[in-house]
Design a protein around this ligand. Structure first.
Ligand code: ATP
Ligand code: MG
Length: 180
């Protein structure tokens, strides 16, 4: 599956609209220390449903929202949209492109959208489960993740294999069904 486009507004250090179109092949982002390269991968992680703020290098959910600078006031909302190419139909939706949007307000309220239709976070998790793109996936591998995988206990490592093998979705559904 290919990433087509990433659009952000008010996300971390990006007060203005940021629009990155991914071309064919590999995209590399270069820039000086502190210029926001890792914030771009944080945006991808977040829109894909990451709930653990520490994985986004923050302490509280507000840390996602542009907090102001000497010349600009803080913003009240952060928004990220990621456009995925679904020409191969990997996502179970009848669209060639799927846009996932996540928005958070300083009040703490969140909104989620799939192709501009409002949905729950759970719908995004379900959509992405077993595609290799969901949270806890190997889509974004941070510097410390490799050590973590190597040092994990057998049951923790099993979860990584289950996600990769594509059975997490069924395990989640079974858990839901048993609860009802
Ligand atoms: P390095 O090369 O050191 O890894 P980087 O390009 O990956 O740097 P980032 O870690 O993405 O840089 O960006 C860090 C910058 O983002 C810091 O200057 C930090 O102050 C800024 N930043 C993070 N969160 C916010 C926020 N909520 N509002 C404003 N700025 C923020
Ligand atoms: Mg970095």
């Amino acid at each position: 599956m290919l990433l087509r486009k990433l659009e952000t507004y008010g996300f971390k250090s990006f007060a203005d609209k940021l629009n990155i179109e991914f071309g064919q092949g590999i995209t590399a982002i270069v820039g000086p220390n502190g210029s926001g390269k890792s914030n771009i991968t944080d945006a991808i992680r977040w829109v894909l449903g990451e709930q653990n703020i520490r994985n986004l290098r923050g302490a509280k959910s507000e840390d996602i929202i542009f907090s102001g600078s000497t010349s600009r006031r803080a913003l009240g909302v952060a928004e990220v949209s990621l456009t995925l190419d679904n020409a191969e139909g990997l996502l179970p939706l009848d669209f060639r492109e799927v846009i996932i949007t996540r928005r958070i307000f300083r009040s703490g309220d969140s909104e989620y959208y799939i192709n501009k239709t409002q949905c729950r976070l759970k719908d995004i998790h379900q959509l992405l489960a077993d595609t290799g793109l969901g949270r806890d996936s190997m889509t974004v591998i941070s510097q410390n993740k490799i050590d973590e995988v190597l040092n994990s206990k057998p049951d923790e490592r099993r979860l990584i294999f289950e996600e990769a093998a594509g059975i997490t979705r069924y395990k989640n559904r079974k858990k839901d069904a048993l609860r009802k």
